[in-house]
Design a protein around this ligand. Structure first.
Ligand code: THU
Length: 146
């Protein structure tokens, strides 16, 4: 990856400032790195009809996908309540993990959960979404051990 984890985390903090979260007060930012080194930021965007809320990670993915991007290397995620001064590791929700599974390599895609630029935990998609359901799960012959 051309970008360092630190740089990607910095971009996620920039994105977090754009969060629209008047209902939960929990503000999240994500920075998605494409295989060719572009970064797409995303923030959570809430709605009075709660089911219409969109997570920061999916905002970043959908922006990139609309631009035609299909190869992704990593995503950095940061989040905290508006009222708090410190960030704790913010793990992606199940729906966001499923969106990642549609487009990202389970072994190689890195998910970076950061408290600050120096303090982060890095996971593969496979670690956060084992035994995932994907397009290949619907093929007639499949080996569950694959
Ligand atoms: N949220 C995200 O944007 N990403 C996560 O990884 C966890 C949750 C948002 C959704 C909602 O706007 C708020 O955080 C509280 O769930």
């Amino acid at each position: 990856m051309n970008y360092s984890e630190e740089e990607l985390i910095r971009e996620a903090f920039q994105a977090q400032k754009r969060a629209y979260a008047p209902y939960s007060g929990f503000e999240v930012g994500a920075a998605l790195l494409t295989a060719d080194g572009k970064i797409y930021g995303g923030c959570n965007i809430e709605n009075a009809s709660y089911g219409a809320c969109n997570c920061a990670e999916r905002t970043a993915f959908f922006r990139a996908l609309y631009d035609g991007e299909r190869d992704f290397s990593a995503i950095a995620i940061v989040g905290k309540p508006k009222t708090s001064d410190t960030f704790d590791y913010c793990a992606p929700c199940g729906i966001c993990r499923q969106v990642m599974a549609e487009f990202c390599d389970p072994e190689n895609f890195r998910i970076i959960l950061a408290r600050n630029e120096e303090d982060c935990r890095v996971y593969s998609l496979k670690e956060l979404l084992p035994l995932s359901f994907t397009g290949s799960s619907m093929k007639e012959t499949q080996n569950p051990n694959d």
